[in-house]
Ligand binder design. Structure first.
Ligand SMILES: Nc1nc2c(ncn2[C@@H]2O[C@H](COP(=O)(O)OP(=O)(O)OP(=O)(O)O)[C@@H](O)[C@H]2O)c(=O)[nH]1
Ligand SMILES: [Mg+2]
Length: 388
């Protein structure tokens, strides 16, 4: 049986653990008269926690196991035995997961980074045993409290991939070929439509360690906004992208016309979201190694009024990819990684502030943070009134 391995939205039922009840008990022992209260507290119930993880890229595990229940706290018991607290249920989710209340639609959390946590259901507090109520005027208390109730709700989880730029185009336009040419991602490439069925993210790296994440999503065809082909549901993965990259098959494979491809693409994106269609965009003319592409290019410019960046992604015949990377960088403008600053050589000794004698000037100390030159702490002395 073929199972689904990529799920980008699902509904889960979360339930935290109930707190354990406090105990009401009295010490009973041979030869011990009126031993007094000794009922311990209950343990608190476990939380259900969603935790962002870069090792997870889909919500498939929650899809197949949507009931997420944490452990209850254990009741307290006699001899002041406290109940064990219930274990938290920590559920890893991909970075980019949006958590909403499935019943009210309220936005609860947007988990975007690795290690970020969100407590979806808080465990009940542990109850108090009767030992907590003893006092000089109440030496045999019968009071004890029950554990706090569990929290339960239905949450909707939706993955919105985090990428700076998104590739858009008809099936077979060469989106996956482009991603594998400019990044180390290896999406499946083949000459039949809808090869890519799930979003794939690759990272383009620049000489100064700046990085841009690009998402490749399934191809779009005319009528996608009405559900034709794979529809437009996967466009939610581009909602966080700052730049859209239209990849046009300039060779017109499958008897298509590049200029109508572009206009249809724009119309489908506008039907999905006007705001998305307005975002900054780059237009790429792919397959420029083909003769047909060279013939189609002037007509494309005339029909659309757009000068595309001409590229070719086939191995051994790659052209225009550097121009694309630079244009993309200009639009996204990522800051270089801090690593670049760290490899800067230290200033030459001649530029260091001068030192003379025993005194080290304050500016020179900035270059030697490893020297702990704070004045020694004064020792306490009984004559100063310290209590020992
Ligand atoms: N001649 C030529 N062929 C290309 C070029 N880029 C991609 N192709 C071919 O076009 C076909 C489709 O490429 P893909 O990268 O799978 O296209 P895609 O846009 O990802 O297609 P889907 O995933 O189906 O939407 C493959 O056979 C590629 O070898 C190019 O620059 N020149
Ligand atoms: Mg593809």
């Amino acid at each position: 049986m073929k199972t689904r391995t990529f799920i980008d939205q699902t509904v889960a039922q979360v339930r935290s653990g109930k707190g354990g009840d406090g105990s009401c008990s009295f010490r009973r022992e041979a030869l011990v008269m009126e031993g007094g209260p000794d009922g311990g507290d209950g343990g608190r119930g476990g939380d259900v926690v969603f935790k962002g993880s870069r090792h997870v890229n889909s919500l498939v595990s929650i899809y197949f196991q949507p009931r997420l229940f944490a452990e209850n706290g254990v009741d307290g018991s006699g001899r002041q035995r406290y109940g064990r607290r219930g274990k938290d249920l920590v559920v890893p989710v991909p970075c980019g997961t949006v958590v909403t209340d499935a019943d009210t639609g309220e936005l609860l959390a947007d988990i975007v980074s690795d290690g970020q946590t969100f407590v979806a259901a808080k465990g009940g507090a542990g109850g108090l045993g009767n030992v907590k109520f003893k006092s000089s005027v109440n030496q045999a208390p019968m009071e004890h409290t029950p554990g706090g109730p569990a929290e339960e709700r239905r949450v909707r989880l939706e993955l919105k991939t985090i990428a700076d730029a998104g590739l858009l185009g008809f099936p077979n336009a060469g989106k996956s070929s482009l991603l594998s040419a400019v990044s180390s991602a290896r999406p499946k490439i083949a000459s039949y439509p809808f090869t890519t069925l799930n979003p794939v993210v690759g990272t383009v790296e620049y000489a100064d360690w700046a990085k841009i994440r690009i998402a490749d999503v399934p191809g779009i065809i005319e009528g996608a906004s009405r559900g034709v082909g794979l529809g437009l549901a996967f466009l939610k993965h581009l909602e966080r992208s700052r730049v859209l990259v239209y990849v046009i098959d300039m060779a017109g494979t499958d008897a298509r016309e590049p200029w109508t491809d572009y206009l249809k693409l724009r119309a489908e994106i506008s039907a999905y979201s006007e705001e998305l269609a307005e975002r900054p965009a780059l237009v790429l003319a792919n397959k420029m190694d083909c003769e047909a592409a060279k013939e189609n290019l002037p007509r494309f410019v005339k029909e659309t009024g757009i000068e595309p960046i001409c590229i070719s992604c086939t191995a051994g015949n790659q052209t225009g990819l550097d121009a694309f990377k630079e244009a993309l960088r200009e639009l996204v403008k990522p800051a270089p990684a801090r690593h670049a600053e760290l490899v800067q050589p230290p200033p030459p000794l001649s530029e260091m502030p001068p030192t003379d004698g025993d005194e080290i000037p304050a500016e020179a100390l900035k270059f030697a943070p490893f020297l702990k030159l704070d004045p020694p702490k004064r020792k306490s002395h009984p004559s100063r009134g310290n209590i020992h």
